[in-house]
Design a protein around this ligand. Sequence first.
Ligand code: KIV
Ligand code: ZN
Length: 498
Amino acid sequence: MDQKIYVFDTTLRDGEQVPGCQLNTIEKIELARSLEALKVDIIECGFPVSSPGDFNSVVEISKNVTNATICALTRAVERDIEVAAEALHYAKRGRIHTGIGTSDSHIRYKFNSNREEIIERAVKAVKYARRFVDDVEFYAEDAGRTDNEYLARVVEAVIAAGATVVNIPDTTGYCTPWEYGEKIKYLINNVPNADKAILSTHCHNDLGMATANTISGVMNGARQVEVTINGIGERAGNTSLEEVVMTLKCRKDLPFYTDVDAKQIYKNSRLVSTLMRMPVQPNKAIVGRNAFAHSSGIHQDGVLKNRESYEIIDPMDVGVNDSVIALTARSGRAALNHHYERLGIHLTPEELDGAYEKFLSLADTKKDVNDSDLLIIVGVNRNEAARKIRLKFLQVISGKGSVPMATVKLNIDGEICTATSSGNGPIDAAFQAVKQLVNRKIVVEEFLVQAITRGSDDVGKVHVQVENRGNLYYGFSANTDIITASVEAFVDAISKFI
Ligand code: KIV
Ligand code: ZN
């Protein structure tokens, strides 16, 4: 029988520690609800003693989440544990996650202490936490660089003190998969009471091995994985939830399963990226924009004949609507025909031959051949000059203490239309005004601003991805005024389907 692996999501704690990724309580509740719908088992949502904001978030998430266990982090300090217990008051199932550094480097430099004293402090913290909750997880910080014999003594002592889960973090992302797996195996074989608790992985990605280490940990006896959506987290990040869950799902030869509803993965990835303003790298496994995009002719032909030729995961299984057959100079006729069919244009074999020749010469000079280009190739006129919608005028009012307002004038098919709207910022206000004018259901899926150089007089490049009726459209603009660039990019994306 396959064994269950508990999924412990720490996007709201370890992930949220990333500079610039801080969320307010409302956003945290939204994400916690979405993680619950994803069916993770445990949601770690803060370090309550660290700030009133963290405290409050743990309280509010506890009130709003029903099925998942709510976990709060502490140091091995009584005050931390008391505050965490208070924050978890409303949790249907609450867990305190307490711990202390166990590597010689942490013991000597961080705590100016010795191994025996650290065991005493660990035991005391676990016992104290058990006074408040039945579910106590202990973390041996920097376990990745902790001597295995000593680590086994710590683990035995905290389990005897009442820890229900023992976390073995590779805090610095130093371990190799073999080494990390051996560490877990060593603990399972050498800690006499190891069967009384669950061992957990918690791997950082400094050497790009977090997922491999986590899987190795599971294969050697760990039954809980600590992960974040999109792998966000300190420095190079934590183990990514989507990679671990899909490895366990897709590798049928591994005797493990999780309760995660994989179809919710992409939605959660987008939500984290949007809320934390942290773009996902295009080639990120499972959730990157190119994760299911095929560009070479041989691959495209293979996928169109049978997607399993080059796909180990059906994109639909993670909530992505379809794989992308990207059109590049390496694409073949099958890919081109696939796109014409998608646009509702049915070509005879001779027409396809003619279109393919034109397409190849265009693809040699243009990196991204889009739908407008395809239409032009077969004589349907919808080129840039004939664009039906253009930004004519933009004025925004924003600043401390004022409600952001924007007035937008668009030229839509020769007619000048004006709208004014407010928003949570000048860009949001302008986007709302544009939406009023085009009167379509448009969802902004991605919004990315990049500076070209570094000065305040820099040109900002803006990429926008919007969704309309299940299709995605990209827009781009560059301007020294990033609000103008943003609205132009938004209008550029909209012009692709209007
Ligand atoms: O990486 C780490 O060691 C941690 C602990 C606090 C669990 O995040
Ligand atoms: Zn961590």
